[in-house]
Ligand binder design. Structure first.
Ligand code: HEC
Length: 114
């Protein structure tokens, strides 16, 4: 999970970003072909990782719920890949926020609170 899903999601989130500094807001969104290619690769890897989570050997109980969360991430990453190919920054901002929510939804449900 941490080794595949997290770095892949970070590449996905790299599509859009801004950083607040003392000099104001700095736009760190993807700009070059190369940067956009990384976003696409990240989305592709999120799709693969979410697919792996849906395999029987990785599924946790209740399985239907688990697979639902994993599929929600995979579906969103598919849209993300298309939008990254189109270098659609506005869509990637929204999709990035939604991805975060969908990752967290599964964590909320399946990671025991300490
Ligand atoms: C289908 C459920 C599911 C989905 C979807 C999911 N995760 Fe997780 N994730 C888990 C579980 C369960 C753990 C706790 C570790 C374990 O039990 O293997 C975890 C742990 C993690 C951790 C380790 C830190 C922690 O909170 O324990 C990171 C980082 C992480 N996930 C990132 C992501 C990201 C990023 C996404 C979305 C792109 C995502 N996960 C989507 C189930 C999921």
């Amino acid at each position: 999970m941490v080794h595949v899903m997290d770095p892949a999601a970070k590449q996905f989130w790299a599509a859009w970003g801004e950083v607040h500094t003392l000099d104001g807001l700095i736009d760190i969104s993807a700009k070059t072909e190369e940067e956009w290619k990384k976003v696409e690769d990240g989305a592709a890897t999120v799709i693969v990782a979410a697919g792996v989570l849906q395999r029987p050997e990785y599924t946790r109980e209740p399985a239907g719920k688990w697979r639902g969360y994993a599929k929600a991430v995979a579906d969103l990453a598919k849209t993300g890949m298309e939008r990254a190919e189109a270098q659609d920054l506005t869509a990637m901002q929204t999709l990035g926020e939604e991805l975060d929510k969908r990752c967290e939804a599964c964590h909320e449900a399946f990671i025991p609170k300490t």
